[in-house]
Design a protein around this ligand. Sequence first.
Ligand code: NOJ
Ligand code: CA
Length: 693
Amino acid sequence: MFFLIVIMGIMSCHSVPKEIKVASPDGNIVLQAGTETGGVVYYKVDYKGKTVIDTSGLGILGKNLNLTKGFEVSDVVYNSHKGSWKPVLGEVAEIVENYNEMKLSLKAESGQKMDVIFRVFDDGLGFRYHIPKQGTTDTMTVLDEVSEFALTGDHQSWWIPGDYDSNEHVYSTSNLSEIDAFAYNAPSYEKKIYTQHIVLPKAVQTPFTMKAADGVHLCIHEAALKDFPALHLNYMGNNMMKAQLIPSADSTVKSINVLPFTSPWRSVNIAGDAAGLLNSKLILNLNDPCALAETSWIKAQKYVGIWWLMHIGKASWDYAGGSKDGKPHGRHGATTENTKKYIDFAAQHGFDGVLVEGWNVGWEDWFGKWQDSVFNFSQPYPDYNIDELSKYAADKGVKIIMHHETSSAVTNYEKQMESAYQFMNKYGINTVKTGYVGKIIPKGEWHDGQWMVNHYLRVAKATADHKIMVNMHESHRPAGMNRTYPNWLSCEASRGMEFNAWSAGNPPEHETILPFTRIMGGGFDYTPGIFETRMNAHDKNKKEIVHTTVAKQLALYVTLYSPLQMAADLPEMYEKRMDVFQFIKDVPADWQDTRVLNAEVGDYVSIARKDKFSQNWFIGSISDEKARKFEFKLDFLDEGASYEATLYEDGEGAHWQNNPYPVKISKRKIKKGDVLMVNLAEGGGTAISLMKQ
Ligand code: NOJ
Ligand code: CA
């Protein structure tokens, strides 16, 4: 079958074969498609001879175009691609991109037309709709997408509720039939998100990850998300998930598109085990190649910042909040003096950047007001001397990272974007963290709707035009767009470290779920590195804690991928534990190779990665609430070479809740094939650096 397809591809056959099928290059995945009763388009997927997606409907329902039935296949075109490409930043230096493609052209008696394009890779598949201009109809108002995923069992799944406005939820683990988007959290972590909108009781967000009874892992997500709402999935009963699109401000409409229109890809990862999901590059491969002519200015970065200080309540973003006469209250974090302190710390310890939040006017009115024109993105507070600080940072070889909290007044941001990026260029600032806290303006739009999807992309493009890298918070979750716009370094778009500072927090299993769910789509600015895990050390009235040991905080730099990594705690916390901090100083954020050493979703993850610019390897291994012992066979090291290994393990008696602090540091000489035995505490982890001698 495989050879048949390739030959057909080369011949670029235009006809309708009897069996409409396409297989992955290795032959393990076979996708079949066609039309069934009533002219409904369907597809079906087998993996290693077993059906993993049973007959599932496809189509888009428009107000003016019904592309869900009445079709006949008018043409099938096969194609295949074999190649590789080099990501600007990434987990590996080179990504293999081999797939077989099948384009199904469909025509209805009414004259309506649609193409469905399938691409099948060894690690999964994608499909997308192409809707040509139809006679005189040149726009389509989308009411619903009917893409189905008929799963072949009541799989175990990891999910967050189908919230139109936030992805900052704790993950639930349940069978498909038990999905309950309203009772979404483990009760002890129940915490409403500040801005949320959960409508359907059985809708979940993607990346949606499942494990079948036979151990096959599946993850449904999307790629090349442009000009369309983000994808959710609605559980329909009988193991069936159906596409659910976030509506626009007119709640009946999902999207309006000019024809011809090509939808984002719907992606399905298929892997024999959990590690297979982490090794997959399917979502990146489904995205378009890099759109930027020149990328040498795009760099992975490690940064510190005036940030945790505000989250733990030791300083404020605003300058004069609550004061009647506009006089400063004296708690402002982003002062010239404080920023210099952070720049000094960054320079001393080799960090690339210093994030400064609360530097610009507007923070007095930012929270909960749903108000336009709050922030000015070119006007610093009076106690923040941007001229002086830019020079100071440049002298020390450190970059200031700009912060643009929009408070979701996106119209206000759109008006100022150009001038704000020019302002950054003027001061030599080449990275911006954007944020979208609160309800969106234009009112009625959602964080994950079409209007906002287009906005985030406008930001990625406009920043690129100014040679600026961007890190988006509260954006839609990534869908591999960093292949096309590698300056779009990272996103939050999930429940990050900050929740541990001021809420019930993130359960110990949280970080063992993220790589298989949220991070499938791209880097996560999780902001690890908290050494003072108990908030009552900062303020005796506080009860919040970080739900990990300190050793696990180190391991997160390897297990939670992002080309932008923060050392999030206060410099004074690091100064107290320089021996432990050494790992954060050493670990890079850009990689030439990655090996998954072991993995089970929600239980543990161990990953080894090789620095992009040296021969050194780094290992991160994390556990959920259980203690674990692992053996790592170091067969990926260079033959004949000697490495100095430094192990940072949970120390004697370590436990995420009772005793998070002990870290046992040990050194030894290591060579290829050696075995390292490590112990992870409850909620713990191990970090290892392997420096080639
Ligand atoms: C939420 C972001 O996730 C956080 O990092 C930031 O500090 C606040 N918004 C303020 O912008
Ligand atoms: Ca956030």
